[in-house]
Write a protein that binds this ligand. Structure first.
Ligand code: FES
Length: 155
């Protein structure tokens, strides 16, 4: 649901009227402002903005995925699970599987209770302490399936 449609339309209108509305810099700035108003960037708003600017909605959803500070859904916690090779040989895939099963993660990366968004990333650049994951930006290292599930259950 959109909280303040007028404000959101005003933001989209402003950025659509910029000299280069399709430039990534503009798109990111627009998405940031929308998020300030809505708390996240609802799918309907992504569609509205894409149509107005003349780009595909997937362009905006890709930007949202690429920028950890942008949220495409209204969730309370974000988990980034490492799917890199170094974590992989120390049980990473089992941890990913167990976390996804515990939270009943859907195709969109959302938990069944819509509180947690889970993504995987190929290497968190902390290989020495693998397996790793991030929860709301905080690094958890040297994980086991049990440790990871303990963290998940506290969310
Ligand atoms: S492979 Fe997991 S942190 Fe590098």
């Amino acid at each position: 649901m959109i909280k303040d449609i007028e404000k959101v339309e005003e933001i989209i209108e402003y950025y659509a009227g910029e000299r280069n509305p399709k430039e990534q810099e503009n798109l990111v700035a627009m998405l940031r402002e929308i998020q300030e108003v809505e708390g996240y960037i609802p799918r309907e708003v992504q569609e509205m903005a894409a149509e107005k600017i003349g780009i595909k909605t997937t362009v905006l959803s890709c930007i949202i995925q690429r920028y950890p500070s942008l949220k495409g859904a209204d969730y309370a916690h974000e988990m980034v699970l490492c799917s890199g090779a170094r974590c992989g040989c120390k049980g990473g895939p089992e941890i990913i599987e167990a976390v996804k099963r515990e939270l009943k993660i859907g195709k969109d990366g959302m938990s069944a209770n819509k509180k947690v968004h889970v993504v995987t990333r190929n290497c968190l650049k902390q290989c020495k302490t693998s397996p790793n994951m991030l929860v709301d930006g905080k690094l958890y290292s040297g994980l086991t399936v049990e440790k990871a599930l303990e963290i998940v259950r506290k969310l």
